[in-house]
Design a protein around this ligand. Structure first.
Ligand SMILES: O=C(O)C1=C[C@@H](OP(=O)(O)O)[C@@H](O)[C@H](O)C1
Ligand SMILES: C=C(OP(=O)(O)O)C(=O)O
Length: 426
């Protein structure tokens, strides 16, 4: 494993790429196919740490999953929501989606389940999800009574009922509840209490649930009524390429003044992160959509003011692009970014300053004023997005070194190879 990588500067980048499958869609499809009756074939699936920990955990509750690496296909034989076990341990590394979705799923079974992860996962909140599951009748708690993993579930099936769920820390709680709800013994009513961050991910959840045959009543992403004792229907399902991963290639076009096409995504993609292109358009880039591709052409860039609450995984990408703009960029609406793989406000500000920018940290974002760029050794805090986004700066500025580059294995194990290929520096 290499301990650091120096990014090779290059000219305007032109080319096209199809990034690996969406993490969010792969992990949702796995949960739903695991609960379905019958065999589902998931094509275009992501193969990375976040999906491996999901697959490993589902296998522990008796779901059969075959992986065809050459075809990026997962074949899942669902257990119909019937699973039992004594002291089943799930190790989830630092995958927020897996931790939150599997916590909700575990309440549907019978027996004792323990969900744990790496040290950072033990700092990532899960208390609001635990409280909502308790309201639905689950026997569940955190091991240290600190509202963070490890999570202990003493499952007897999920009775159902009405639950309020806070949405200001993470939308993944609501997504986890929604996907489990059709398998509750009775009807489940979920009401979002206050603000809901990352809303496009909730729309993605309800869409994929419907694609697998579940029904629900939905009121403006605020109230959901899901009849109990439903079954997902197994089916073939094609997974879109990952739009958050695509942001690095669109960002590469923006910073290099090039033209990059991402294949397999469109304006109508299930993933809200295609909205990152609109932020680039606001900065001055040209964006062209077809039904099966999105192309960004880099032009001269201006700083912008933008609320990124719906596309928070692309904040770091936008911050990297902002270093090449005229004037400051103000990002707001992402207080929840402090609870991700690392504090993506404080730690991001620190690394941007090393590259020569002036950064004012806000409670829910930052103001980035570009300065003269300079070489820097970039700390990644074991955050894949810190590595992938700040690598873009090195495409123009010599001497940008990314430390611990293998942290991209969380969602994109071959990122640096793909970047070098499209830059012509491989
Ligand atoms: O539901 C999902 O697939 C995700 C939701 C988002 O998390 P939050 O809801 O915590 O913002 C996002 O950051 C994460 O990468 C994936
Ligand atoms: C926040 C992220 O992941 P998760 O919450 O699923 O760990 C991410 O991939 O940027």
């Amino acid at each position: 494993m290499v301990s650091e990588i120096e990014i090779t500067p290059c000219g305007p980048i032109t080319g096209s790429i199809r990034p690996p499958g969406s993490k969010s869609l792969t992990n949702r499809a796995l949960i739903i196919a695991a609960l379905a009756e019958g065999t589902s074939t998931l094509t275009g699936a992501l193969e990375s740490e976040d999906t491996e920990v999901m697959i490993d955990s589902l296998r522990r509750i008796g779901v059969k999953i075959d992986h065809n690496a050459a075809q990026h296909t997962l074949t899942v034989q669902g257990n119909g929501g019937r699973f039992a076990g004594e002291n089943i341990e799930m190790f989830i590394a630092n995958s927020g989606t897996s931790m939150r979705f599997l916590t909700a799923l575990a309440t549907l079974g019978k027996g004792k389940f323990r969900l744990d992860g790496i040290a950072r996962m033990r700092e990532r909140p899960i208390g609001d999800l635990i409280e909502a599951l308790k309201q639905l009748g689950a026997a569940i708690r955190t091991e240290q009574d600190n509202a963070c993993p490890p999570v202990l579930v003493n499952a007897e099936g999920l009775p159902g009922g009405k639950a309020k769920i806070a949405g200001n820390i993470s939308s993944q709680y609501l997504s986890g509840l929604l996907m489990a709800a059709p398998y509750a013994q009775g009807e489940v009513e979920l009401v979002v209490d206050g603000e809901l961050v990352s809303q496009p991910y909730v729309r993605m959840t309800t869409q994929i649930m419907r694609d697998f045959g579940a029904t629900m009543e939905e009121n403006d992403c605020h109230r959901f009524v899901i009849p109990g004792q439903q079954k997902y229907q197994a089916r073939p399902y094609a997974i879109e390429p990952d739009a958050s991963a695509a942001s690095y290639f669109w960002g590469a076009a923006a910073v290099s003044g090039g033209k990059v096409t991402v294949e397999g995504l469109s304006k109508d993609a299930l993933q809200g992160d295609v909205g990152f292109c609109e932020a680039l358009a606001q900065m001055g880039c040209e964006v062209d959509y077809t039904p099966n591709s999105v192309t960004v052409t880099g032009k001269s860039l201006s700083g912008i003011e933008i609320d990124m609450g719906e596309i928070s995984d692309t904040v770091q990408t936008l911050a990297a692009v902002a270093l090449f703009a005229t004037g400051p960029t103000k990002i707001t609406g992402v207080a929840h970014n402090r609870h991700k793989e690392t504090d993506r406000i404080g730690d991001l500000a620190c690394e941007l300053r090393k590259l020569g920018a002036t950064v004012e940290e806000l409670p829910d974002g930052m103001i980035i004023t570009p300065g003269t760029l300079q070489p820097a050794r970039i700390e990644t805090y074991n955050d894949h997005r810190m590595a992938m986004s700040l690598a873009l700066v090195g495409l123009k500025q010599p001497g940008v070194v990314i430390l611990n580059p293998s942290c991209t294995s969380k969602t994109y194990p071959h990122f640096f190879e793909d970047l070098a290929k499209i830059c012509g520096t491989a």
